[in-house]
Ligand binder design. Structure first.
Ligand code: COA
Length: 333
């Protein structure tokens, strides 16, 4: 039987500067009350000028390596929507800066589902024997792609990074990634998009519309699809794991919007107190969202070894994915 990928350590980081709702209300037509009621977000963190996604990824990655007490891995996967450059990938430079030598390293683009996709990719590498250990990082600097005049996106997204080290182990040990469900629907590609800067819009560096370099989102369509897909994907991994909804101790959903998380819980018949929520402090950090939520819950003693955990995410593409695991006794930095 193939080896299981087992979570051995977790690290997470947000940049020091927080932007509160009140600070946003000073520069655009919004309010703390609107943002809190519609999203549950109270603040988000943003990087200082000159700080890039790889800087956060290196910080989170080194914390995860320290938490796992290892100084080497066989593979690095960086899930991100905001790579340092359109080309090359960010992961090789992260691996080099972490002193990991000439290991394979690649980026994975699944927007807010990126971390779950990257976990699955790492688990596949372990199961196939390609790697005995994998550093999986979700890292984002959305502040670099948000239209500063767009209140519908500026209030939601924040910067941050989180990482886990996966090791090869047994399927019945705590931390083993037990079941996955992944999916996509490219017919909804337009609901979350940066229109410019790719091969579709070959404008010699000058976008058709200056705003095309920014991230765009059709919030209402995203909301509906996110609830349906996050709940559906969670249901699939519950069935595969042989767990009932009541067996779930912690539901760690992508921190998109607290209303989305509550609607997913309702759809599943999950008690709302099982939801892990940290978006009030960090906003939606896309591919970094799930590891940041895990780290926050562990540090607040809301996540303990032996807890049955379901991760579930939805993002641009559109993409979705879920994973079931029993939380291991690991360090979190
Ligand atoms: N501040 C104040 N008012 C705002 C606002 C803001 N930041 N953004 C929008 N509004 C206004 C709208 O213009 C609209 O005004 P109108 O009624 O006069 O037309 C009103 O608030 C309602 O807007 P609406 O878009 O219907 O709000 P909503 O309840 O759907 O909430 C989102 C908007 C974006 C918060 C919500 O749709 C959402 O969270 N979607 C999912 C987003 C997400 O999580 N994306 C990432 C997932 S991967």
């Amino acid at each position: 039987m193939s080896r299981a990928a087992v979570v051995r350590g977790l690290g997470a980081v947000v940049p020091p500067d927080a932007v509160t709702n009140a600070m946003l209300a000073e520069r655009m037509d919004t309010s703390d009350e609107w943002i809190r009621t519609r999203t549950g977000i109270g603040q988000r963190h943003v990087v200082a000028p000159g700080v890039a996604t790889s800087d956060l990824a290196v910080d989170a990655g080194s914390r995860a390596l320290k938490a796992a007490d290892v100084d080497h891995v066989d593979l690095v996967v960086v899930a991100t929507t905001t790579p340092d450059h359109p080309c090359p990938a960010t992961a090789p430079s992260v691996a080099a800066r972490l002193g990991l030598g000439h290991v394979p390293a690649y980026d994975l683009a699944a927007v807010c589902t990126g971390f779950v996709y990257a976990l699955a990719s790492g688990a596949g590498a372990v199961a196939s024997g390609l790697a005995k250990s994998v550093l999986v990082i979700g890292a984002e600097t959305y502040s670099s792609i948000l239209d500063p005049t767009d209140r519908t996106t500026s209030v939601i997204f924040g910067d941050g990074a989180g990482a886990v080290v996966l090791g090869a182990g047994e399927h019945d040990e705590p931390g083993a990634l037990l079941e996955f469900d992944l999916g996509s629907d490219g017919t909804l590609a337009d609901v979350i998009m940066i229109p410019g800067g790719g091969s579709r819009q070959r404008s010699g560096g000058v976008p058709a519309d200056p705003a095309d370099v920014y991230f765009r989102m059709d919030g209402k369509r995203v909301f509906r699809a996110a609830v349906q897909r996050m709940a559906g994907s969670a249901r699939v991994v519950l069935d595969r794991a042989g767990w009932r909804v009541d067996d779930v101790d912690r539901f760690v959903g992508h921190q998109a919007n607290v209303r989305i998380l509550r609607a997913v819980a309702e759809e599943l018949g999950l008690a709302p107190d099982r939801l892990v929520v940290n978006l009030d402090k960090v906003g939606n950090t896309s591919a970094a969202s799930i590891p940041l939520a895990l780290a926050d819950a562990a540090q607040r003693d809301e996540l303990s070894s032996g807890d049955r955990v379901v991760l579930s995410a939805f993002g641009g593409g559109v993409t979705w994915g879920a994973c079931a695991l029993v939380w291991p006794d690991i360090a979190v930095f």
